[in-house]
Design a protein around this ligand. Structure first.
Ligand code: ADP
Ligand code: ADP
Length: 227
């Protein structure tokens, strides 16, 4: 049974003058623990596909998770959006804690997880800052930590390292690789960076635009070790 099964997904946006077919019958089956990257030119439908799988956007066709059709967003799928989507009225610590509040964990356990993640993203000393006080890269790292805090079995990542400088990007790529190897999470990641896709994924899907579809797939047969 695939972890995520995308079956014949099509999506048309009603444009101002003419409709835009963002996705045309996309099929993609992802096994448990697989790391799939999606690459392709701007506008080929990568974000649309991710939002459909996240359950944020209705579309034709079907998305199954563990064999069951999704009916909206769910805690099984953690999403890191391109535009961070942090709560501006919450500090770094409380943004990360937010997702844990509903998990039923004791407060000291939630605090422990949050402190560990703040260390992972290299923001020790910034716990009490607000998003407006952070650089773009720092906000992106908080968004990643907030999603990881909820421990979803599926990670949906939209250019998660796009706003980072080269050095921080390498640190965060290795952190994601470590998390993936240790937890066998299923990952679907959009990236513009083909070398990043090769470094991290089992499989790379190439999309093309007008209409958006998967036109090529590569398997990366590498035995990765924890960095
Ligand atoms: P990518 O992530 O690959 O850049 P998107 O999924 O963002 O592609 O967009 C795919 C196509 O759908 C593009 O032509 C884009 O302009 C169009 N599109 C995306 N969002 C909307 C929207 N809300 N309304 C109308 N058209 C949209
Ligand atoms: P990035 O976006 O990858 O964090 P930046 O070039 O924006 O990189 O920032 C580099 C470093 O400068 C950050 O890691 C942080 O230590 C510091 N910094 C940036 N913006 C701020 C800020 N608003 N307040 C405090 N320190 C900052």
């Amino acid at each position: 049974l695939p972890k995520v099964d995308i079956k014949g997904v099509s999506k048309t946006y009603p444009g101002d003058r003419q409709a835009v077919q963002a996705l045309q019958t996309v099929n993609l089956s992802i096994k448990t623990g697989e790391f799939v990257s999606i690459v392709g030119p701007s506008g080929c439908g990568k974000s649309t596909l991710l939002y459909v799988v996240g359950g944020f956007l209705p579309a034709a066709g079907e998305v199954l998770v563990d064999g069951k059709a999704i009916a909206g967003p769910g805690i099984d799928r953690g999403v890191v959006f391109q535009e961070y989507a942090l709560f501006p009225w919450l500090t770094v610590r409380n943004n990360i804690l937010y997702g844990l509040e509903r998990g039923g964990l004791p407060a000291d356990e939630r605090a422990r997880i949050t402190d560990r993640l703040i260390g992972v993203i290299g923001l020790n000393g910034f716990e009490d800052r607000y998003p407006r006080e952070l650089s773009g890269g720092m906000k992106q790292r908080v968004a990643i930590a907030r999603t990881l805090a909820c421990d979803p079995s599926i990670l949906l990542l939209d250019e998660p390292f796009g706003a980072l400088d080269a050095q921080t990007r390498e640190v965060m790529q290795d952190e994601l690789l470590r998390i993936w190897l240790e937890t066998r999470k299923t990952v679907l990641m959009i990236t513009h960076d083909v070398s990043e896709a090769v470094y991290l994924s089992n499989r790379i899907c190439v999309m093309s635009a007008r209409p958006g579809k998967i036109v090529e797939e590569f398997t990366i047969d590498l035995d990765r070790t924890i960095p």
